[in-house]
Design a protein. Structure first.
Length: 169
């Protein structure tokens, strides 16, 4: 299976294949170049990517928290699909390029509604972004091993975070 890893420090999105587990750059930079740049995956820049989701076609969506934007990594490269036009956090619905988020948000893909849910913790809000239907048409009705792998990995990361946040006595 494939596992996506967000490297906040370097502003990179990597994938790891089991059992090989060698990191492969999906988008961003291993050299630590951060910023907000769309385009070819190797030229794209992120700043503290925090959350990741994948649709049925394999497009990857990233909660790019310091850029206050939601980014899509697809066949045509990296694009900003919501937010990112303002350098200030806030709360604004509406057209995607005018949307505003707090600096603490995550994304979740929902196949049934062909949408991304934005869990905007800083604004205590749950918001929805409709996606292109062609990105949501599953090849078959079974649950893929990639989805299962991502769910297991997310549960493991949540477990590790809960363990590291407990006080040592």
């Amino acid at each position: 299976g494939k596992l996506f890893v967000l490297q906040k420090k370097y502003g990179a999105v990597t994938s790891h294949w089991y059992p090989d587990s060698r990191a492969r750059l999906v988008a961003g930079s291993f050299q630590g170049y951060t910023g907000h740049v769309d385009g070819k995956p190797a030229d794209a820049r992120f700043d503290h990517p925090k959350g990741v989701a994948m649709d049925d076609k394999g497009n990857v969506y990233v909660a790019d928290t310091s850029n206050l934007a939601i980014r899509k990594i697809g066949e045509s490269g990296v694009t900003t699909i919501a937010g990112g036009k303002s350098n200030t956090a806030g709360f604004r619905d509406g057209p995607s390029d005018h949307a505003k988020f707090s600096s603490d948000f995550d994304v979740v893909y929902v196949a049934r509604t062909c949408s991304l849910l934005v869990v905007d913790r800083g604004n205590a809000a749950l918001r929805q972004i409709s996606l292109n239907q062609e990105d949501c048409d599953a090849q078959d009705s079974s649950i893929s091993s990639t989805v299962c792998g991502l769910v297991v990995a997310m549960i493991y990361v949540i477990f590790l975070r809960s363990q590291s946040s407990q006080a040592v006595g």
